[in-house]
Ligand binder design. Structure first.
Ligand code: NAP
Length: 472
């Protein structure tokens, strides 16, 4: 067995990340953390390894008891955990509280349903005389490399099934949400999980390679950007370890003439700006049929311009700052590029002054393929409008992207609904609804949005040994 922690580094990383909570609404540094040194990382990997050996033998009843206890801890601490998230990455406080509540829900969902999802499954074969069955068994410590945008939900939707399977979790969270990362580890300990079943490693992304190559780590899940996904998948591929990747998206939101326009506007604005526009499954490309495009765009822009932008700790705030200065600059550059090449802003469009990393909600029309917003993921509250002459063009434009996470389509026409469900190249299609992640539905994408699924019975089996048992 090798520890693999000698000085190796990922090629893409030139400098070590600073691990710090910085309030995006003010730019003030709240806390900084020393990254764990190699001795501490080694200690924690050894702990994960030994914790797995005993935790894998616990019963479903015991795991479910602990998972429910963790839901109770989150519920009791909901206000404080939510405030820390808002202070670290700027999401409006109301949305932060909902995120904690959703995490409580997914823990309870898996505590209740996982035993049935993982029960031995009889299989009738034509070959074995006495039939066969499939077992779903734990595989070991799983490394989770996670992003800051839903800093609790991304982690808990991975952790809940992990706990029920009997695997143990090693979290490498984004370097700008260390307090939330530590809150999750603290919640697991308070719930009564044995030491080592859930651990946070305070390390930058440049340390992922050595950790993932360590023989004690069985697999990895990454939610984040395409670049991070490519890097982690390459490392894991070389070490022959399974990965699940949840990457970026440029999801279409298609509105056809028969749609309920009122709802498609109200929900369309929300689908774009929730989480300050920083969601992988945000509606990013609005593809509207030309018969209703003028009315839709005008009323959408009016609704978008009324949004309350401001301090994310205020109850009334609907759009807070972007999480990082770099993210704010990137979105501003994408908008400037589009406007310089002839796009028109029908809402917003101008940079906002400081303090904090705010971006005005913005809606752009007149987009062409030369503009960055035409193809890039825009990770902020910016709507791109496209108009099409019919369903063929809508589907072709929707599929003209390297991403394939989800799609939202708005039409009352059953034949159109069927065609969208059949022909859109994405892991999910939501009809007359915005994309959401939900406990009992598989969540994940195709193309460069990643592979594998989270949530649902499908997600819980991703990191299991699907063992065939033959009876002759
Ligand atoms: P990111 O920069 O890729 O970071 C995500 C995580 O990966 C962080 O923990 C980061 O660590 C780590 N990381 C970055 N580069 C790495 C590398 N080369 N090797 C190993 N680890 C690396 O992404 P982000 O900016 O935080 O998140 C935004 C992206 O995530 C968007 O593209 C969004 O669409 C996507 N996302 C997808 C989903 C989904 O379910 N499909 C959900 C949410 C977000 P450091 O912080 O230390 O760099």
């Amino acid at each position: 067995m090798t520890s693999g922690l000698a000085a190796r580094s990922t090629a893409v990383y030139k400098v070590a990340m600073t691990i710090a909570s910085v309030n995006p609404a003010t730019g003030e540094t709240l806390r900084t953390f020393e990254p764990y040194d190699e001795v501490e990382v080694e200690r924690r990997l050894a702990l994960a390894d030994s914790a797995f050996r005993s935790y894998r033998r616990t019963s479903f009843d015991e795991r479910a008891r602990l998972v429910r206890a963790m839901a109770d801890v989150l519920e009791a601490d909901r206000a404080a955990i939510a405030e820390t998230m808002t202070l670290e990455m700027g999401k409006p406080i109301v949305q932060a509280r909902s995120e904690v509540a959703k995490c409580e829900g997914v823990l309870r969902y898996y505590a209740e349903h996982a035993p049935a999802m993982l029960a031995d499954e009889p299989v009738t074969t034509t070959a074995a005389k006495h039939g066969s069955h499939i077992k779903y068994q734990p595989i070991g410590p799983v490394l989770a490399v996670m992003p800051w945008n839903f800093p609790l939900w991304q982690v808990i939707r991975f952790a809940a099934p992990t706990f029920m399977v009997g695997n143990v979790a090693i979290l490498k969270h984004a370097s700008n949400v260390p307090q939330t990362a530590l809150n999750i580890e603290g919640a697991a300990r308070r719930a009564g999980f044995p030491e080592g079943v859930f651990q946070t490693l305070l390390v930058g992304g440049e340390r992922v390679q050595a950790i993932l190559e360590d023989d004690r780590v069985a697999a990895a899940t990454l939610t984040g950007s395409e670049g991070a996904g490519r890097s982690v998948a390459a490392i894991a591929g070389n070490a022959i370890k399974k990965t699940v990747l949840e990457l970026g998206g440029a999801d279409p939101f298609i509105v056809m003439p028969s749609a309920d326009i009122e709802r498609a506007i109200e929900i369309g604005v929300w689908a774009r700006v929730q989480n300050n526009g920083q969601s992988c499954i945000a509606a990013k490309r609005f593809i509207v049929h030309e018969a209703i495009a003028d009315e839709y765009q005008e009323r959408y822009a009016e609704a978008m311009c009324k949004l309350v932008v401001g301090d994310p700790l205020e109850e009334a705030t609907q759009v807070g700052p972007l999480a990082t200065a770099q993210g704010r600059d990137e979105v501003n550059e994408q908008v400037v590029d589009a406007l310089a090449k002839g796009a028109k802003a029908i809402c917003g469009g101008a940079p906002m002054g400081g303090p904090g990393w705010f971006v005005q909600p913005t809606a752009l029309t007149g987009l062409t393929p030369e503009m960055r917003v035409y193809r890039d993921e825009v990770f902020g509250p910016v709507t791109s409008f496209f108009r099409v002459a019919g369903i063929d063009e809508a589907i072709a434009l929707a599929n003209d992207t390297n991403f394939g996470l989800s799609s939202s389509v708005w039409t009352e026409d059953a034949a159109e609904q069927q065609r969208f469900a059949d022909e859109l190249e994405s892991g999910m299609v939501y009809i007359n609804a915005m994309t959401i992640s939900y406990y009992d539905l598989p969540f994940g994408g195709i193309k460069r949005s990643g592979y594998g699924r989270e949530l649902s019975p499908t997600g819980i089996r991703e990191f299991t040994n699907i063992k065939t048992v033959w009876h002759d």
